[in-house]
Design a protein around this ligand. Structure first.
Ligand code: SIN
Length: 304
């Protein structure tokens, strides 16, 4: 029997009673999808699955984004949809991306078809003196929307903003990442796109703030200063401690999180000798806005 136990923070629930090495029943998948809209971050403990099962489970939520050309050699061999996130170096070669996601962002807002879900399985987790390092932190953009001043909700109701993949890349480089600058060809692979500043979450039916510090560079049609001030206001609002939650990993955790209603960052508080290894699938929102998919996946629980 599937069990969903919410924690006592703004995000997060624990899901037990399923085995991701086997296919989830439709009823269990519906329960997971509903819980994802409600709690934003789901931990399925004791699921030591390998890349193929990770990919099969992730594909229930939508199409999978393949790794970009610059990091194609940092994935599961033969599976371009499964990235390896790791600081492990073997025979002088990094086996994965060492500093993925180490600042606040929402994955794939730089895509025309935005992101819906990330699914990670923890294979190695750094521990120092009994303390688990390398957490993933989240913030709740549904709760943050609810608390916005009414005049900001009105002012931004029909406004869009531009998201640029290169922006996060440059943030990381300024912080000391050794990743090279994106080439023109790489930037053309994922050119900037616009999305509404507020979205209605397809599963929960609640409004969310859909800008993030990693990729959102401009409110469309606004003067530069006004755009910067509003984005800075939204960024510091969403990052208030009351909207935040941290997941401290255990090997075998599968973490599923909703990109539409959250931001996240990976905490890089471990050294090169303290090994962290995650396998990741990034799922696009190519299905979840489709009423037919939602009706089939959620049945009577689909938002009207
Ligand atoms: C990511 O941003 O997808 C990486 C998160 C993590 O490694 O904790």
């Amino acid at each position: 029997m599937i069990r969903i136990e919410p924690g006592n923070a703004t995000l997060g629930a624990r899901v037990t009673g399923v085995d991701l090495a086997r296919s989830l029943s439709e009823a269990d998948f519906a329960a997971v999808l509903r819980a994802l809209g409600q709690y934003g971050v789901l931990c399925l403990p004791n699921q030591p699955i390998e890349a193929a099962a990770l990919r099969t489970f992730s594909a229930r939520f939508g199409g999978l984004q393949a790794m970009s050309s610059g990091v194609k050699d940092r994935g599961e061999p033969g599976m371009p949809e499964v990235s390896i996130l790791s600081n492990i170096v073997e025979n002088g070669r990094p086996i994965g991306i060492p500093d993925a996601g180490q600042d606040w962002h929402t994955d794939m807002t730089y895509n025309r078809v935005m992101g819906f879900v990330n699914v990670l399985v923890a294979k190695k987790v750094p521990v120092r003196n009994g303390k688990v390092l390398g957490a993933t932190e989240f913030t709740n953009t549904q709760a943050a929307y609810d608390d916005l001043p009414a005049e900001v909700k009105t002012e931004l109701a029909d406004v869009t903003a531009t998201h640029d993949w290169n922006n996060f890349h440059e943030i990381m480089r300024r912080k000391g990442s050794t990743r090279p600058a994106l080439t023109e060809a790489q930037r053309r692979e994922r050119p900037p796109v616009s999305h509404p500043v507020f979205l209605t979450h397809p599963v929960s039916g609640r409004k969310v703030i859909y800008v993030n510090p990693g990729f959102t560079v401009k409110i469309d049609g606004w003067e530069d200063d006004a755009s910067r001030d509003m984005l800075d206001f939204l960024f510091s609002h969403v990052l208030k401690p009351k909207y935040r939650y941290a997941h401290h990993w255990t090997v075998g955790d599968v973490l599923v999180w909703d990109h539409i209603g959250t931001w996240h960052q990976a905490v890089g508080d471990y050294t090169a000798d303290e090994h962290r290894l995650m396998k990741r699938c990034q799922v696009l929102a190519d299905k979840v806005f489709d009423p037919v998919f939602l009706e089939m996946a959620l049945g009577a629980h689909a938002p009207a």
